[in-house]
Write a protein that binds this ligand. Structure first.
Ligand SMILES: [Zn+2]
Length: 202
């Protein structure tokens, strides 16, 4: 942020070591906080295929990803996930049926990404939205031939997902990812009780 959102005064450039800290406007004293963004992503699957889309915009234009995007103010995480999935692929998913899947600390891009999963009983009609130029359900073998956005971290997530899908046993995982290349990767799994996450819903 270069200018104060309150009074328009130019903000002093932070020292490199303080780039992640809050700053004060010298003119009106407003605090300018720097906080990570929250992004959401959806693994929607039908049988042994998951919903993928090819990005038509930067970043990662032309590369394949799962439907994902930024949480907007006033939305729940599940509503944002359903909205992004619809906007990017045309697939309607019920936010009430989304199960929490992964929480990913991504300090290198100042984001926390929350992934949800949802099993679909029938394949929805797809229509790529303005931010995508293609959307399709794909098998693990098909995905292995794609150029993925945010490789290798997304590739790792997808590989792990298919492994859990084959076992029919999902966990909620807390992941730390300190670089796009997967450096300082750590993952802690929280096993779900017998049945599925819906059994614990109130
Ligand atoms: Zn100001």
């Amino acid at each position: 942020m270069k200018f104060c959102s309150e009074c328009g005064a130019r903000l002093p450039a932070p020292a490199a070591t303080d780039a992640a800290k809050s700053s004060f406007c010298p003119a009106c004293s407003k605090s300018h906080y720097r906080n990570p963004c929250i992004t959401v992503g959806c693994i929607a699957y039908h049988g042994d295929r998951i919903l993928m889309c090819r990005r038509a915009e930067e970043p990662a234009r032309g590369l394949w990803s799962i439907p994902s995007g930024y949480l907007e103010c006033g939305e729940t995480l599940e509503q944002a996930t359903a909205r992004e999935t619809f906007e990017e692929t045309g697939a309607v998913v019920d936010p009430e049926r989304l199960d929490l899947y992964n929480v990913i600390n991504m300090t290198h891009v100042e984001q926390v990404c929350i992934l949800f999963r949802i099993g679909l009983s029938r394949e929805p009609r797809l229509r790529a939205g303005p931010e995508c130029d293609e959307a399709a359900f794909m098998s693990e073998n098909q995905i292995a031939t794609l150029n993925l956005a945010w490789q290798p971290s997304l590739g790792m997530e997808i590989r792990d997902f298919f492994q859990q899908l084959r076992m029919g046993d999902f966990a909620i995982r807390l992941v730390r990812l300190a670089s796009a290349a997967g450096a300082e990767y750590s993952c802690r799994s929280y096993t779900l009780m017998a049945g599925n996450a819906a059994s614990g819903r109130r």
